[in-house]
Design a protein around this ligand. Structure first.
Ligand code: NAP
Length: 311
């Protein structure tokens, strides 16, 4: 027997998805939230969250995410850990495929986020939250008075390096080539900054020290000379891009060249009844609070859509 058709399903359990869940649950829509492969979203990659309004002393990220989840559950949201592998948005109700299972829903809120690109180093994942970070805005403050490294050659890396100069005594920007993808203005700004040093034609081969649960240094390789060296540092920030989690929709929804979902009026996709919020459609702000804001908008639009469609 097929499962009943849902009023709304929310893909993603980061700040956008959980805020959408709170609003949709309070509208009595009994939303089903699918956790995906990174429950808690990008926020789960930081430790202390100090820029989310309402917590003067900061809040530990598991607590923030758990609080939002509890708040949504209190009003009737349901949670499942499923990961959507395919979706049919061309027929109604919409169908989401999760491995062998499928879910049918009248509306869909896509809050599946964007996953930070990692280098894939042996010890990198073990040190996330302990000196390895993909978010300077979230974690830069913890390295006040220390020397840090940023990897990447695009605008994100320049932006991260410039931001980190507020806290760090020195920022070394490591890039695998001599040419940069970054816009000239950002690159010039970084080059002119007296706290930023550039190391080009260089790749990071490993990060230490897992035993100490903190970053103490990197193993580097110069790609021209092939020389391997040890580089002491307190943090490794990655600015090598993000991958929006929207591949499962193929051409059914409009995406930009980097795969971010295109929306109008903040959260509307080109398919009526399908709304997108948070990092999967936001390449610019990518903050917990801005994701929460668009999550709220998406849920309000779902409510309106269902009302107009004669719920
Ligand atoms: P990006 O432009 O794609 O740059 C990614 C950088 O990371 C490239 O330099 C790339 O090196 C490097 N990289 C990728 N994989 C790597 C790996 N495995 N190992 C080492 N290096 C690796 O990404 P982005 O900087 O996140 O920017 C994405 C878009 O957002 C761009 O359009 C950018 O202009 C925009 N953006 C704008 C601003 C702003 O205007 N303030 C800020 C942030 C982002 P290669 O060059 O060798 O490929």
């Amino acid at each position: 027997m097929e499962n009943p058709v849902r009023e709304t399903v929310i893909m993603g359990s980061g700040c956008a998805g959980l805020t959408a869940a709170i609003y949709a649950a309070r509208a009595n829509l009994k939303p089903l939230v699918l956790g995906g492969h990174e429950p808690g979203g990008q926020l789960s990659l930081t430790t202390l969250v100090e820029n989310f309004p309402g917590s003067p002393e900061g809040i530990q990220r598991p607590e923030l995410v758990e609080n939002m989840k509890k708040q949504a559950m209190r009003f009737g949201a349901e949670f499942s850990t499923g990961h959507v592998t395919a979706a049919d948005l061309m027929r109604r109700p919409f169908t989401l495929t999760l491995g062998k299972d499928s879910i049918r829903t009248r509306t869909l809120i896509i809050a599946s986020g964007a996953s930070a690109r990692w280098l894939g180093l042996p010890n990198e994942q073990a040190l996330i939250g302990h000196g390895v970070s993909s978010c300077a805005t979230c974690d830069g403050f913890f390295f006040s008075g220390r020397e840090v490294v940023v990897v990447g050659g695009g605008d994100s890396a320049m932006e991260e390096a410039l931001f980190l100069t507020r806290f760090a005594t020195k920022v070394t920007l490591i890039h695998r080539r001599e040419q940069f993808r970054a816009s000239k203005i950002m690159l010039d700004r970084a080059r002119k900054h007296d706290k930023i040093a550039f190391l080009t034609d260089t790749v990071v081969e490993d990060v230490h020290d897992v035993a100490k649960k903190e970053v103490t240094g990197l193993t580097l390789r110069n790609l021209k000379s092939n020389e391997v060296s040890e580089f002491p540092t307190s943090a490794l920030f990655l600015g090598i891009g993000h991958v929006p989690n929207a591949q499962m929709f193929g051409d059914q929804l409009e995406r930009d060249v980097d795969g971010y979902l295109k929306t109008v009026n903040y959260v509307f996709t080109r398919v009526p009844g399908v709304f997108a919020c948070g990092d999967v459609q936001d390449r610019r702000y990518r903050q917990a609070i801005s994701a929460a804001g668009t999550g709220c908008m998406a849920a309000l639009e779902v409510e309106k859509y269902l009302e107009e469609a004669g719920r």
